[in-house]
Design a protein around this ligand. Structure first.
Ligand SMILES: *[C@@H]1O[C@H](CO)[C@@H](O)[C@H](O)[C@H]1NC(C)=O
Ligand SMILES: *[C@@H]1O[C@H](CO)[C@@H](O)[C@H](O)[C@H]1NC(C)=O
Ligand SMILES: *[C@@H]1O[C@H](CO)[C@@H](O)[C@H](O)[C@H]1NC(C)=O
Ligand SMILES: *[C@@H]1O[C@H](CO)[C@@H](O)[C@H](O)[C@H]1NC(C)=O
Ligand SMILES: *[C@@H]1O[C@H](CO)[C@@H](O)[C@H](O)[C@H]1NC(C)=O
Ligand SMILES: *[C@@H]1O[C@H](CO)[C@@H](O)[C@H](O)[C@H]1NC(C)=O
Ligand SMILES: *[C@@H]1O[C@H](CO)[C@@H](O)[C@H](O)[C@H]1NC(C)=O
Length: 633
């Protein structure tokens, strides 16, 4: 048993080593990371012995058994995210070499009678929303996964699942597969600012669902999934296939499997046009990739089959002659076009102009999605600090990026696009009545763009951070109905944009600084009532001697010392007086000297008190002494 485990471990390490390290061949293997969600152990799947890592410690959520999925990898477990764990949940996969990746996520249902409903949720990669699960996805092969081509430049991949209130997001697997740096290059607009989401990938005339892997395609192709389509419509076409090998199929940068070109659809005699339609989301850009190889034995040379390609009625390619363009029969031809689609349908029509039939081998359609700018990193860090110190409840989530995807910002966080940094920044925090129990960290001042803070109605304790006074555009600060203690930081007086300051119903005490007081009197609306003891501005009690705890202790000690000195000196004076009286009864010459010494002692006490800055005490005590009955003795 142990031996087995060790062997397995060695095997795993070897596979990992092979996956991560370049082999001696001319082209290294692409980076590949596959995660079996909800699995406590690494899993190998047939038939290719593919390694899936366990997902321990990547994210929150809960593991469960998965119901069998249609085309997904044969994995037994999934991870789901109950709404009580927060609306945003993410896998953050680190140590991914920078490059171009195909990121694919398969969804599945929890195998449990209590989870009958198909969850509908949104998926984002690197802060950009790429997919909204449509209802009925569980029965549609191509809808049960999301796939996108993404550039990674920060060494990590963040994939998030966003609840939309329709069930708990449930994820079967995550694959991060490196592809060629210029895979699917379509022209000048192509680049790091765009994500290509797979909307459709058809193998025309194919018989069953196939992956690149099934076709023994090159690993740099990213193990694409090809849906088979045996016809575009009634009697319009027929499937043909060949066993002949296809030239120039698996070439850079896309490395298509040769088998893709060995089947095709050809229009029939009755219907010369070949037309394919699919539903799309309106007002988006789509990149369309069309695959051809002349595998029809009837066509043997240039000029025998020429057709135009129309996309939504506009000619995208004119006079396409496959043999002329690819150079031969049984040779692959790839054409691509990126267009804006306004309606809800995308129609690709092949219209023959020479010969009576059109032919097509495969179709790929990508939605072109502009990547979102992320949130300024130090603002994200400040919010993370806030999340920790305030003890944010799980249900609020706060995973992934605070501001993007724009459809799913963190709850309680308002965002604004900052044109100077070209990043998102936080301009409002609304966490009122959220059951927060912690304290407010100094890091909150890192959120330089904050205009509104409402933390009213929580159980936040400790001091109000003085760093709040450094927030340049803060207009509203509502910390009411909490357990803030100590004094109001003087720094709040420098908040020049402040309009509303609610600190009522806390346990604050002490003098309100003159600077803040000045502001309050002018145009800031404020409420300081129901606190432990604030003073110093009109509307609040006068501060009197009760300036601060330090002053109170000082005064108490001063009074005590003074009292003791008075008692001691009185006793000394009384004793001496007794001695003088006794001496006078014996001989009267020493009396004037004794009197002057006694008065010298009094002024000495006064100097000590003055030094202690409590001159008034000295006056009070000397008056007390002078009024004492024995003073006139
Ligand atoms: C998952 O399935 C296994 C058997 O395959 C079973 O032992 C286990 O109890 C199941 N777990 C849950 C949470 O249903
Ligand atoms: C896609 O088409 C453009 C021209 O529209 C071309 O420059 C580019 O090389 C093509 N991409 C591939 C991978 O063939
Ligand atoms: C074939 O497509 C072309 C271009 O869209 C169109 O003009 C023509 O009418 C179509 N022919 C048939 C028979 O539908
Ligand atoms: C579509 O592409 C055009 C040109 O590249 C661009 O101006 C436009 O913003 C894009 N539209 C969408 C919805 O991405
Ligand atoms: C802060 O939130 C509380 C509770 O929701 C609300 O009553 C109060 O008006 C808010 N404060 C400000 C300044 O808007
Ligand atoms: C404020 O409360 C905290 C406990 O929540 C305590 O440790 C701290 O000493 C208090 N500060 C003042 C000034 O009362
Ligand atoms: C000020 O706060 C007190 C207690 O927290 C509340 O009763 C009062 O309505 C508030 N005043 C205003 C004007 O909002």
């Amino acid at each position: 048993m142990l031996k087995h485990r060790i062997l397995l471990l060695l095997l795993l390490q070897l596979t990992l080593f092979l996956a991560l390290c370049p082999t001696s061949s001319s082209r290294p293997e692409p980076f590949a990371m596959r995660i079996s969600c909800g699995s406590f152990v690494n899993v190998h799947t047939a038939p290719t012995n593919t390694l899936w890592y366990k997902d321990f410690a990547y994210t929150g959520g809960r593991p469960a058994n998965a119901s069998t999925s249609h085309i997904g990898p044969p994995l037994r477990t999934l991870r789901y995210f109950p709404l009580s764990d927060g609306p945003e949940n993410c896998y953050n996969i680190n140590r991914v070499p920078n490059g171009h990746y195909s990121v694919r996520i398969f969804f599945a249902l929890v195998q449990d009678p209590n989870f009958q409903n198909e969850p509908l949720f949104d998926v984002s990669v690197e802060g950009t929303q790429i997919y909204s699960l449509p209802s009925g996805w569980e029965t549609e092969d191509e809808e049960s996964f999301a796939e996108a081509l993404v550039f990674i430049s920060d060494g990590s991949v963040s994939t998030c699942f966003h609840s939309t209130g329709h069930g708990d997001p449930a994820v079967l697997s995550i694959e991060i597969l490196q592809v060629d740096d210029s895979a699917y290059y379509f022209g000048l607009q192509w680049g790091e600012g765009l994500i290509l989401r797979t909307a459709k990938r058809l193998s025309c005339g194919g018989g069953k669902p196939e992956y690149d892997e099934d076709y023994s395609g090159d690993h740099w192709g990213g193990d694409r999934f090809w849906s088979p389509v045996s016809t575009f419509g009634q009697d319009s076409d027929q499937a043909i296939s060949t066993e002949n090998s296809i030239k120039k199929a698996s070439v850079s940068p896309n490395y298509y499997p040769e088998k893709l070109y060995q089947t095709a659809l050809v229009s029939t005699d009755s219907q010369s046009n070949l037309s394919y339609s699919m539903d799309v989301d309106p007002t988006r850009n789509y990149s369309i990739w069309l695959h051809f190889a002349e595998i029809d034995p009837r066509i043997q040379g240039e000029g025998q089959r020429v057709f135009d390609i129309l996309i939504n009625g506009d000619i995208a390619f004119k006079d396409v002659d496959i043999i002329q363009l690819s150079g031969d029969t049984y040779a692959a031809l790839l054409l691509n076009k990126t267009i804006a689609v306004n309606g809800r349908t995308l129609t690709i029509t092949l219209h023959p102009t020479k010969g009576n039939h059109a032919i097509i081998n495969a179709i790929e359609v990508f939605e072109v999605i502009p990547t979102e700018s992320k949130t300024l990193p130090q603002q994200v860090m400040a919010l993370q600090a806030l999340k920790n110190t305030l003890g944010l409840p799980l249900r609020l989530g706060w995973n992934g990026d605070p501001c993007v995807p724009q459809q799913h910002p963190w709850s309680g966080v308002d965002c604004q696009f900052d044109v100077t940094s070209v990043k998102w920044v936080i301009d409002g925090l609304g966490l009122d009545n959220q059951g927060l129990r912690g304290f407010l960290p100094n890091d909150i001042s890192q959120l330089h763009h904050l205009q509104r803070i409402n933390l009213s109605g929580n159980s936040i304790h400790g001091a109000i951070p003085s760093s709040l006074g450094t927030m340049p555009v803060l207009e509203i600060l509502d910390l009411s109905y909490n357990f803030f203690n100590g004094s109001i930081p003087e720094s709040l007086g420098s908040l020049t944009s402040l309009q509303i300051l609610n600190l009522n119903s806390n346990i604050l005490s002490g003098r309100v600084s003159a600077a803040l007081g000045g502001r309050l009197l002018h145009r800031v609306k404020f409420n300081f009532t129901t606190n432990a003891g604030l003073c110093g501005i009109p509307g609040l009690p006068a501060c009197g001697f009760h300036l601060s705890i330090g002053a109170k202790i000082g005064i108490a000690v001063g009074v005590l010392v003074a009292f003791l000195l008075i008692v001691v000196s009185s006793i000394i004076w009384w004793k001496r007086r007794q001695n003088i009286i006794r001496a006078q009864t014996i001989a009267t010459r020493d009396a004037p000297y004794a009197k002057s010494r006694t008065f010298f002692h009094y002024s000495g006490y006064c100097q000590v008190f003055l030094w202690l800055n409590f001159g008034f005490l000295c006056q009070v005590s000397s008056r007390l002494h002078l009024e004492a009955p024995f003073a006139n003795f």
